[in-house]
Write a protein that binds this ligand. Structure first.
Ligand SMILES: Nc1ncnc2c1ncn2[C@@H]1O[C@H](COP(=O)(O)OP(=O)(O)OP(=O)(O)O)[C@@H](O)[C@H]1O
Ligand SMILES: [Mg+2]
Length: 244
């Protein structure tokens, strides 16, 4: 299996604060890698490094064939066509319909003709169960629906890798379930994904690899059952019991 993401000995500080302290990790094609850990352990920073939103101090990152850790010569636009990222806040354009939110990047960045962009929007909105709302505006939708549109907007770019940073954290349990279902379908259809989540049951059931981050390090990594049932460190054992 080929690696879509390959991180070697990544270091990153913000001022005096060491946030990533020698992280190495791989995400292989069609894998779901779930990252868990306490607040401040560096999870979001790690994801943001993968699509060039943060500059790294040292170490190597290769994503979809791009040397992300070497900004000179890196074409961020090309990288971001291949890497979709969805955050806790959905950031839809409030003045645009659902359909236009999805087609905008297709017609502007990808220069796709509008008719083709609309048909792409149809199919990705269908994938997230939102095709019936294509003429609605974001404020007319629930949080879960908005998040599903945000995921569709990313999928429309046909990414090779999807990054999700706590995409359900702002949602109540019912809406969380809707969004997790969409992510489960993506995983079953072979999407390569790395996600930060507090949804332990979801990570346990669906992740191929679970990563426990602690103090800027990959503290433990392996199959989810193993980490949940036989944590090797007291830090992970404590974290698991606190999340149950
Ligand atoms: N842009 C920034 N400038 C300065 N410090 C930052 C910046 N971004 C993150 N940090 C710091 O880096 C550390 C790790 O932050 P990060 O957001 O990666 O943690 P996290 O594991 O995602 O936490 P959470 O679970 O709360 O989202 C924190 O101490 C945070 O305050
Ligand atoms: Mg975070």
């Amino acid at each position: 299996m080929s690696a879509i993401v390959s991180i070697r000995n990544l270091h990153k500080s913000f001022g005096p604060a060491k946030v990533l302290n020698g992280v190495s990790l791989e995400v292989k094609k069609s894998q779901m890698v779930a990252i868990i850990g306490r607040s401040g352990s560096g999870k979001s920073t790690l994801l943001r490094c993968l699509n060039g939103l943060e500059k790294v101090d040292s170490g190597d990152i290769e994503v979809c064939g791009y040397q992300v850790s070497r900004p000179e010569g890196l074409d961020l636009r090309q990288l971001r066509k291949k890497v979709g990222i969805v955050f806790q806040s959905y950031n839809l354009f409030p003045h645009l319909t659902v359909e236009r939110n999805v087609t905008l990047a297709l017609t502007t960045i990808k220069k796709m003709p509008l008719a083709e962009a609309k048909s792409t929007a149809d199919s990705v909105l269908q994938m997230v169960g939102m095709e019936h709302k294509k003429d609605a505006y974001p404020e007319q939708l629930s949080g879960g629906q908005q998040q599903r549109v945000a995921i569709a907007r990313s999928l429309a770019m046909a990414p090779e890798l999807m990054l999700f940073d706590e995409v359900t954290s702002a949602l109540d349990p019912e809406l969380t379930a809707e969004v997790l279902k969409v992510m489960e379908n993506l995983a079953r259809n072979g999407m390569t994904m790395a996600l930060v989540t507090h949804e332990m049951a979801f990570a346990r059931k669906l992740a191929d690899v679970l990563v426990f981050m602690h103090q800027g390090k990959v503290w433990e990594v392996g199959p989810p059952e193993e980490l949940f049932e036989r944590p090797k460190t007291s830090e992970l054992a404590k974290f698991v019991s606190s999340e149950l």
